[in-house]
Design a protein around this ligand. Structure first.
Ligand SMILES: *[C@@H]1O[C@H](CO)[C@@H](O)[C@H](O)[C@H]1NC(C)=O
Ligand SMILES: *[C@@H]1O[C@H](CO)[C@@H](O)[C@H](O)[C@H]1NC(C)=O
Ligand SMILES: *[C@@H]1O[C@H](CO)[C@@H](O)[C@H](O)[C@H]1NC(C)=O
Length: 343
């Protein structure tokens, strides 16, 4: 009798423990077990994005987020995502002839700068949300971001010994009228700039890119166009991962300050003249201690890239419930070409 009672107690305890475990693991399981369905209307740049399986959970631990690309799912999709490039070049059309299900949101997605987004005035009063690198988009996915580092290893000083070039630039698409070309020309007249890429007929394979940059003290992370928040892999991957200190030209200084570690980059606008900047770079490369201060952030932070289309889509889900109930971009062109308003 006593034995039986003991056994029952143990069983009860065990069951209770298992039950409470399920609660702990997923506290939201009871409130929002519904999947949010994201329909990708067409694949960006004709490259197929593999949406098979529960990609948001498997890759990013984002639950209840279903990515689909079957247009037959239109009527049950919570969000339909349209990549801008195909729309402006007329290879894809908006399904404006279909009745839009109540509550469905249409999302405009572009990671290009406004210089390459085309004329968006045709898209007035169509979209409910934006997906972009811009900090003021409904869904912001920057090209890169920082994550705190668990093992706080210091970067070895020996890295500096391997440096053979003062300033490097990788450029494929050289246009003389770009601001970046003018700054390069002026800089190169004062200090040597080693140029790689298709322009100088010295293209770098993707596996050679970062090792090459690592041998430079400074890397010109010059964007092709100057727009707010437009900060691309040139900073996050090429410079930061390559291990050169970035000299940046693109978004305003304050945009960089908002997302990049303090004292990790040099902005062209911080100098009254290119000559002044050239002098600064030279002095810095000769002063190991001061130069190393520009790499000190690496002890605490690591760079995470945000360039996977699946992540860009999955990121809608955690924010889905806090999107405004009703929102329409009545003038998308104006939104896209908005002036730099960051303080
Ligand atoms: C939610 O979506 C995932 C991934 O597609 C799927 O495996 C799961 O069965 C779905 N759950 C519900 C409740 O529909
Ligand atoms: C965009 O196109 C509209 C007509 O479709 C035109 O009125 C407008 O001037 C164009 N805007 C720009 C910036 O080219
Ligand atoms: C989305 O935009 C359409 C077109 O302007 C509008 O009719 C609809 O109410 C909007 N939906 C939401 C959820 O904001």
């Amino acid at each position: 009798m006593c034995l039986l009672l003991c056994f029952l107690c143990v069983l009860l305890l065990y069951l209770f423990n298992e039950w409470s475990k399920t609660l702990r693991v997923n506290p939201s399981a009871f409130s929002s077990s519904r999947n949010v369905t994201i329909l990708l209307w067409h694949h960006p740049f004709k490259t197929h994005v593999n949406l098979k399986g529960d990609v948001c959970w498997n890759l990013y631990r984002i639950p209840h987020c279903r990515l689909v690309d079957q247009r037959s799912m239109f009527s049950s999709a919570d969000v339909v995502v349209f990549h801008n490039w195909e729309l402006i070049y007329n290879s894809q059309k908006l399904p404006t002839d279909r009745p839009r299900p109540r509550g469905q949101r249409w999302a405009w997605m572009s990671f290009e700068s406004p210089a390459h987004n085309g004329n968006l005035s045709q898209f007035a009063n169509i979209f409910n949300m934006t997906i972009s690198y811009r900090r003021d988009a409904d869904i912001t996915v920057p090209y890169g971001e920082l994550l705190p580092k668990e093992d706080k290893k210091l970067l070895g000083e020996d890295n500096l010994q391997k440096k053979t070039s003062l300033v490097c630039w990788v450029v494929s698409n050289y246009r003389p009228h770009y601001k970046r070309s003018q700054v390069y020309t002026e800089l190169n007249a004062i200090i040597p700039v080693k140029v790689y890429g298709r322009w100088k007929k010295t293209p770098l394979s993707s596996s050679a890119l970062l090792p090459t940059i690592s041998r430079c003290y400074f890397y010109l992370a010059f964007e092709n166009s100057l727009f707010k928040d437009y900060i691309t892999e040139k900073l996050w991957r090429n410079a930061y991962r390559g291990g050169a200190v970035p000299v940046v030209l693109g978004a305003p200084l304050n945009d960089y300050k908002a997302v990049a570690p303090p004292h990790s980059f040099i902005h062209v606008d911080e100098f009254a003249s290119v000559r002044g900047m050239a002098k600064y770079l030279q002095e810095l490369a000769e002063d190991k201690k001061r130069y190393a201060e520009y790499l000190a952030w690496k002890k605490h932070w690591k760079v995470k890239m945000g360039t996977d289309w699946r992540e860009r889509l999955c990121k809608i889900c955690p924010q889905f419930n806090s999107l405004p109930q009703h929102k329409v971009y009545s003038d998308l062109q104006a939104w896209d070409s908005a002036e730099n308003t960051s303080a």
